[in-house]
Design a protein around this ligand. Structure first.
Ligand SMILES: NC(=O)c1ccc[n+]([C@@H]2O[C@H](COP(=O)([O-])OP(=O)(O)OC[C@H]3O[C@@H](n4cnc5c(N)ncnc54)[C@H](OP(=O)(O)O)[C@@H]3O)[C@@H](O)[C@H]2O)c1
Length: 297
């Protein structure tokens, strides 16, 4: 049974990262940018996995290697992992951080609703694709999740939504993060079953003032986003849980780490995974659905 604990942690507690190689997706803004630059400053070889190389050139400091990936595309994440392997790279950690919350229904070129493709299918396929090149003393895959998945009672459908008339931004986002958390737990279980020492960990940032809270179409959503930003932590504060999950030598899986909702509380809380992601039947259903989506022609 995973333990529950609470502790103070700041990036000054980061162990020396020299000799570690870490991929951070969505490293050109918000939390991903903080995670990537903080790990690089601590000595890690950071591979910033970005969708926009022009933006990467503008925002990333020297020393970070940028590689292009579209985490909403199965073909792109698969090719990205293949190139890492072909270049002989061994990863200590993958930080599956890239995410989206979209105001309107959209399908990717591969025919998958875009929120689901970005937050669920892409990260899950990327996680599986990098398994052969994870190594080092405490290899891990960190999912940047949302506390919504711990609190929701709604068991989402295990498949991507395929009906634009039923699309609602917040529901699509919460469903996707719930499914992503379920897949992270499922991954950990599959790794244990094969005797792998790779750990699958979920970190959430609380509410952090990033572009994520501005991605709204309707007036109500925009007002909600404004309120969220007023209550929000800085991206630096929100990124601490992911940094801890990506670097703590003793991190265990099956846990969810993040701050409390109150932004004055700067401790990290490690708790068991709750909500639909704790349900084995839901995990298997999402895993099977993602396998089908990943192999669609
Ligand atoms: N902020 C919060 O309160 C909050 C709360 C819970 C969970 N989260 C999670 O935290 C993670 C980071 O979000 P954030 O708050 O830092 O928001 P953000 O500032 O909007 O950053 C999202 C990042 O994902 C990248 N991205 C989006 N779609 C992509 C795609 N198809 N391919 C490659 N990269 C893509 C974006 O690239 P560009 O730079 O090119 O736009 C950006 O770098 C997300 O997984 C989000 O769900 C955030």
């Amino acid at each position: 049974m995973p333990s529950t604990r609470t502790f103070a942690w700041t990036p000054s507690d980061l162990p020396d990262q020299r000799g570690r190689t870490v991929v951070v997706t969505g490293a050109t803004s918000g939390l991903g940018l903080v995670v990537a630059t903080t790990l690089a400053a601590a000595g890690a070889h950071v591979i910033a996995a970005v969708r926009d190389p022009g933006k990467a050139a503008r925002v990333l400091p020297d020393g970070l290697e940028a590689r292009v990936v579209d985490t909403a595309s199965v073909a792109s994440v698969t090719a990205f992992a293949r190139r890492l392997a072909a270049d002989g790279i061994i990863l200590d950690a993958l930080v599956n951080n890239a995410g989206a919350s979209l105001g309107a229904f959209e399908r990717t070129d591969e025919g998958i609703e875009r929120t689901w493709a970005t937050n669920v299918v892409g990260p899950a396929v990327l996680a599986d694709a990098v398994l052969p090149i994870l190594g080092g003393p405490a290899p891990r895959i960190v999912l940047v999740g949302s506390n919504f998945s711990q609190r929701t009672r709604r068991v989402p459908p295990a498949e991507a939504l395929d009906d634009p008339r039923r699309y609602a931004q917040l529901r699509a986002y919460v469903d996707s993060k719930t499914a992503a958390a379920a897949l992270a737990v499922d991954l950990g279980e599959r790794l244990r079953a094969t005797g792998s020492d790779v750990r699958s960990v979920i970190a959430h940032p609380g509410v952090a003032a990033t572009g994520m809270n501005g991605q709204a179409e309707t007036l109500t959503q925009r007002i909600g986003g404004r309120i969220a930003r007023l209550l929000a932590r800085t991206p630096e504060d929100g990124a601490r849980s992911t940094l801890w999950a990506a670097t703590d030598p003793d991190v265990t899986e099956g846990v969810f780490v993040g701050p409390a909702l109150r932004r004055g509380d700067h401790r990290l809380h490690v708790v068991p995974v709750r909500g639909p992601a704790a349900d084995p039947a839901f995990r298997s259903a999402v895993h099977a659905a993602v396998q089908r989506a990943a192999t669609m022609p």
